[in-house]
Design a protein around this ligand. Structure first.
Ligand SMILES: *Cc1c(COP(=O)(O)O)cnc(C)c1O
Length: 381
């Protein structure tokens, strides 16, 4: 007889009957491509993150690409990015023919700061991408001020940060441009999907056009018009549209965001409580200037911890717990072999010595206790 409890996943989207019905309603309406539900999702999303405009796209990767095109970044330009991020952050810079310049991060948050960007910035630096890594907000007040002084545009990669706050306001509020993800690893999911937010209406209009082949009138506009609309193609654009089926799911998910963040913060606080006295293990915390959504609850093993990160990962796996290595570092991947960069000691330490623990909306205390038991056991080796 198998007495083993089911595996504890590292992440599980919180989807249910309501999302299924919303998707079914979109299908039954006969309008499945970008249409009224995308427009409604954009409006609700902009309001939620405190931005004037939101432009839905097919992923955060395409959102980052479009944002860089919109900012006029291209061949001969440099863009400062953290290496400690999902690889899409750096890749987007390559898509427009610009050069990623890797900046180190601060250990407490895993994020770039005005000082780490300043240390590597070049005269050709046209933009900076700051990532709110794992949902921990970056210090955007300082970064926005520094970028304004340098004459560089600040693009916020907020893929992980829906529901996180800075200075009491949502991440995204006041951003020149922020890019968001609805991949199932993030809190709010539409399967695949992304969003751009900005306060600049003209700019949002251009991004809307760029996501739809550079067309002067959107397919939805033409369809809604009773007289023929002859579109023209004003510049070379892309097909980065979201579907109405995805937006229908997104609208339901957005309505659950407050509950998602509250539950994740509750579970994170319980991890803190149960792991707080383990020597050599440092859990991620809120910075002074803001609050995270705990999309990723990661722990850093300090030199005093008796087991190596990969040994802990293996012990968790043996105990039926799925964890993940810490946040990746792009400069260590084959895709960036030979790409010159300054020393990145903090990035390399975090990616080597950190671990992302399971945390999901429906996680039980019993499941969390199983994770904690393995970590406490490893600490006594
Ligand atoms: C997930 C993620 C992305 C990519 O998002 P997609 O929607 O999957 O394209 C980009 N940047 C960061 C920091 C991410 O975590």
């Amino acid at each position: 007889m198998d007495t083993q409890a089911p595996r504890v996943p590292v992440m599980l989207p919180w989807l249910g009957e309501e999302e299924a019905q919303a998707a079914a309603a979109a299908v039954m309406s006969g309008w499945v491509a970008q249409g009224p539900r995308v427009a409604a999702f954009e409006e609700a999303f902009a309001e939620r993150v405190g931005a004037a405009q939101a432009v839905a796209v097919s992923s955060c990767t395409t959102a980052l690409h479009l944002a860089l095109v919109g900012l006029g970044v291209g061949l001969g330009d440099d863009v400062v990015v953290p290496s400690l991020s999902f690889i899409a952050t750096a890749n987007a810079v390559r898509y427009v023919g610009a050069r990623p310049i890797f900046a180190d991060v601060e250990e407490a948050t895993g994020n770039v700061t005005a000082a780490t960007v300043e240390a590597v910035r070049t005269p050709a630096t046209k933009a900076v991408i700051a990532v709110h890594q794992g949902g921990v907000p970056a210090d955007v007040a300082a970064l926005r001020g520094a970028c304004a002084r340098w004459g560089a545009a600040l693009l916020e990669d907020a893929a992980c940060a829906i529901g996180s706050t800075v200075g009491g306001r949502p991440v995204g509020a006041g951003a020149r441009v922020a890019a968001w993800s609805f991949h199932p690893r993030k809190l709010v999911t539409t399967g695949e999907g992304g969003m751009l937010t900005t306060d600049d209406e003209d700019w949002a209009r251009r991004l809307r056009r760029l996501r739809e082949h550079g067309m002067s009138a959107s397919a939805a506009d033409r369809h809604a018009s009773s007289t023929p609309v002859l579109e023209s193609y004003l510049e070379v654009g892309f097909n980065y549209r979201m579907t109405d089926v995805q937006a229908a799911v997104g609208l339901v998910q957005l309505g659950k965001l407050d509950a998602m963040v509250a539950r994740r913060r509750e579970l994170a606080a319980r991890y803190d409580l149960l792991l707080g006295d383990v020597p050599g293990l440092r859990p991620v915390r809120d910075p002074e200037y803001g609050q995270g959504n705990f999309q990723s609850y990661w722990v850093l093993f300090e030199p005093g911890f008796p087991a190596a990160r990969d040994e802990v990962l293996a012990a968790l796996s043996d105990a039926g717990v799925s964890a993940r290595r810490g946040i990746m570092a792009a400069h260590l991947e084959p895709a960036y072999r030979g790409h010159p960069h300054a020393p990145l000691p903090v990035t390399e330490r975090i990616t080597r010595d950190s671990l992302i623990l399971p945390l999901f909306h429906t996680m039980t205390e019993e499941q969390q206790d199983r994770v904690v038991a393995v970590l406490r056991e490893q600490a006594k080796r």
